[in-house]
Design a protein around this ligand. Structure first.
Ligand code: ADP
Ligand code: ZN
Length: 724
């Protein structure tokens, strides 16, 4: 097929509208390329689409309309079309929705005309005000980036006049920008750090071009980042582009600074905090090759790289790589697919890989490179259980005497302690002492959690908040509502009482307005701005606390409850990550796990550090049960405003399972989904389990084909669900 269509030729366009077929249009005046991004008429509207191939012509030609215009961006490459097609087939997502993932970007707008942009200047400010400080803080944080007036004002949360005032003094530079500014080229020939023998061996093992997937395993602090930055350097030297995916939470300026130190310039950034102007620039520069290195969250996988040679997935086990809304996909798996199509190398980095990745490495599908020791003097923390059955504790107190003693020692030495509890808010449950009523969300199957700093109750499912009532909503008794169980805010109170002279801070994402405030706060704390840090999962990831030598886990058993078969894996990973926060610099750290079941196999394998034994046991259990990665699973989630019709549909599907039986698959359910109600919609799940080699997608597609969704019912397919 030729790559160009002349005016009037029939082209097949995949639009971003949820239709299950391509639409025919006539190529516009001047023609268009295969893969061109186009605007086409659809009914009364104009919609975005991609020229996917020649038109079918099975339609009355006189009624076929013309493409309105071709957007001024490079056409979608054949390899990207291939990727979207296959990713859609894998996740059972209509192509139009996949195309939407790749086009949901302001990069598709027309190139910017001449406009004013604002960036850091050098002038002195005559009079500093809080508003002015905010503007300068934004510019400082985003280093070399430039903003439009509106963006800068919005990002800083101030009026445009504040920005103009600073510009008048030269503290902010105002420039005419005719078009997107190019990125400063990265210099991959700059010398990196002097590598250890271990690290140099890992770099050598990663030195390859073309498709391959390697697990880069090593404890926190062993130098994985150092090693994969060398792989990035090698890729750039080959003249190809590189992508580093990080969990959103780990996208800190600390990491970008590290890249800058290595390569002399900052990479392109792609995540939810990036401004629209900047995204437009990144999208276009990625397409034309001017952005050599992208550091981003999972959606960066759908950018239009010209020649992608390396994808690093850092913290590859992180559950945030799974997109749980809209198109349900796992960015780690999609990375491997994309790389195999464009001949790129994949590096999956983790201290605690997912069982899937571990199994693929065991089976020889992935190579494996290991860093066995921490860099320099740093050694792994000493790990110990605190057996809570032997600790004297009054009611509504959670810090054991043993842990208190250790914290006191650290305070004396001027070192930091981290008290870890993976529960936001003050208390997980609020109960009426008069009638026993529990406060739950009106829209979800979830308790409302008291957030005392905010003086509100919050649903962690849907985010709804309401003021903390003084009377019980059920029996109206006054002042009888009581917090039950610990949250991080409550731990803050307890520790402040225990250590009145210590500086105690609670780190939780909902205590700080913007992610920037939170980041600044974490940085100040890491510098030594606290003696005791109380944190959720947030602190388990990414950030470096050089003065931290003690980690106390309040409830190591927390993740082991519930029916989720991944619970052991997740607990193991989280506990190892948290413990890894202690003793990163010269000082040996200690990690103490408060537990009521110190002999639980997961707890003992965490304590004795015998990871291989843990993985083997976990793998054997999954294999026995035919669970992933030794069998295949998919979820079908049905939802609707009334529970009855949702279950009826679920039951009908469960009865008509011939298509599944044919491939040896079994259906379980319908049962309430892990979260049975969200935002007023009832959710029911069917789980399909199939043998490893089964054509699961085809069977599911056939199984659900007869379904006609009536009213407000919805059906979502979740291939490889996170919980099962
Ligand atoms: P990981 O990614 O495995 O957690 P890092 O690459 O972040 O480990 O390394 C941990 C710390 O040790 C970082 O501060 C890093 O700069 C430092 N480091 C690692 N390897 C070296 C090296 N060869 N020379 C100097 N510093 C190193
Ligand atoms: Zn809710």
């Amino acid at each position: 097929m030729s790559g160009f269509f002349h005016e009037g030729d029939l082209v097949g366009v995949v639009t971003t509208q949820p239709l299950d077929r391509m639409l025919d249009y006539k190529a516009p005046e001047g023609g268009c390329h295969l893969g061109a991004f186009v605007e086409v008429p659809l009914g009364p509207r104009k919609v975005l689409g991609v020229v996917w191939g020649a038109g079918k012509g099975d339609y009355d030609r006189s009624k076929i309309r013309s493409v309105i215009r071709v957007l001024d961006v490079p056409p979608m490459r054949a390899e990207m079309k291939d990727f979207l097609t296959r990713a859609g087939a894998y996740t059972l997502t209509p192509l139009s929705l996949m195309v939407r993932l790749a086009t949901r970007s302001p990069g598709l707008g027309d190139p910017p005309a001449m406009r004013k942009i604002f960036r850091m200047g050098t002038g002195q400010v005559d009079r500093m005000t809080p508003a002015r400080e905010k503007v300068l803080a934004v510019l400082e944080e985003f280093g070399g980036l430039s903003f439009t007036l509106k963006e800068l004002a919005e990002q800083a949360g101030v009026g445009p006049s504040v920005v103009k005032g600073l510009a008048a003094q030269g503290a902010v530079r105002e420039e005419d920008s005719p078009r997107d500014l190019p990125f400063t080229p990265l210099d991959p020939s700059r010398p990196g750090k002097q590598l250890t023998e271990d690290q140099a061996a890992a770099v050598a093992a990663l030195d390859r071009d073309g498709y391959s997937t390697t697990l880069l395993k090593g404890v926190t602090g062993s130098g994985k980042t150092e090693v994969y930055l060398e792989a990035v350097a090698a890729c750039l030297r080959r003249g190809r582009q590189a992508l580093v995916l990080l969990p959103e939470i780990a996208l800190t300026s600390e990491f970008l600074t590290r890249v800058e130190q290595r390569f002399g310039a900052r990479p392109a950034e792609w995540h939810s905090g990036v401004t629209m102007t900047e995204r437009r620039r990144v999208w276009r520069m990625v397409a034309d090759g001017g952005a050599e290195l992208v550091v981003g969250a999972r959606s960066a996988l759908f950018l239009p790289y010209r020649d992608l040679g390396l994808i690093v997935v850092d913290e590859e086990h992180d559950s945030s790589y799974k997109q749980e809304e809209g198109v349900l996909y796992n960015a780690r798996d999609m990375t491997v697919l994309r790389a195999s199509l464009c001949g790129a190398q994949v590096v999956l980095a983790s201290a605690t890989p997912s069982l899937e990745t571990w199994a693929n490495a065991e089976a020889g599908k992935y190579s494996r490179v290991e860093l066995t020791s921490r860099f320099g003097e740093a050694v792994l923390p000493e790990m110990r259980a605190i057996d809570m059955r032997n600790e004297e504790l009054p009611g509504s107190r959670w810090v054991s005497p043993s842990l208190q003693k250790e914290i006191a020692k650290r305070i004396e030495l001027g070192e930091q302690s981290l008290v870890f509890l993976n529960r936001r808010g003050y208390a997980p449950m609020t109960l009426c002492r008069a009638c026993g009523h529990q406060i739950v969300c009106e829209h979800c199957d979830a308790r409302m959690v008291e957030h005392r700093f905010l003086k509100r109750l919050m649903c962690h499912q849907c985010g709804e908040t309401k003021p903390m009532p003084t009377a019980c909503p059920s029996c109206e008794a006054e002042d009888r509502l009581a917090p039950i169980g610990p949250g991080v805010e409550r731990m803050g109170e307890e520790l402040a009482e225990l250590f009145p002279d210590a500086r105690v801070v609670v780190l939780s994402s909902d205590l700080y307005g913007t992610s920037r405030e939170l980041k600044a706060h974490i940085e100040a704390i890491a510098e030594g701005g606290a003696d005791i840090i109380i944190g959720t999962q947030l602190v388990a990831k990414g950030h470096n606390f050089p003065h931290l030598t003690l980690v106390g886990v309040i409830d190591a058993d927390l993740g082991l409850q519930g029916s989720d078969l991944r619970a052991a894996e997740k607990t193991f990973q989280l506990m190892r990550q948290v413990a890894g926060r202690a003793g990163r610099a010269e000082k040996r750290g200690a990690a103490l796990l408060q537990t009521f079941q110190p002999e639980h196999p997961v707890i003992t394998s965490i304590l004795n550090g015998d990871e291989e034994a843990f993985w083997r046991a976990e793998a054997a259990e999954r294999e026995q049960a035919g669970m992933p990665p030794y069998g295949r699973m998919a979820g079908v989630i049905l939802s609707g405003p009334e529970v009855g019709p949702v279950f009826d549909l679920g039951n009908a599907l469960a009865r008509n399972d011939a298509a599944l039986k044919r491939v040896g698959a079994q259906v379980y359910g319908p049962a309430p989904a892990p979260v049975a109600r969200i935002r007023g919609r009832h959710r029911v799940r069917l789980l399909v389990k199939a043998p490893k080699g089964a054509a699961l997608q085809a069977a599911i597609a056939e199984w659900i084909r007869p379904v006609r969704l009536k009213g407000d019912l919805r059906l979502q397919i979740d291939i490889d669900p996170q919980s099962f």
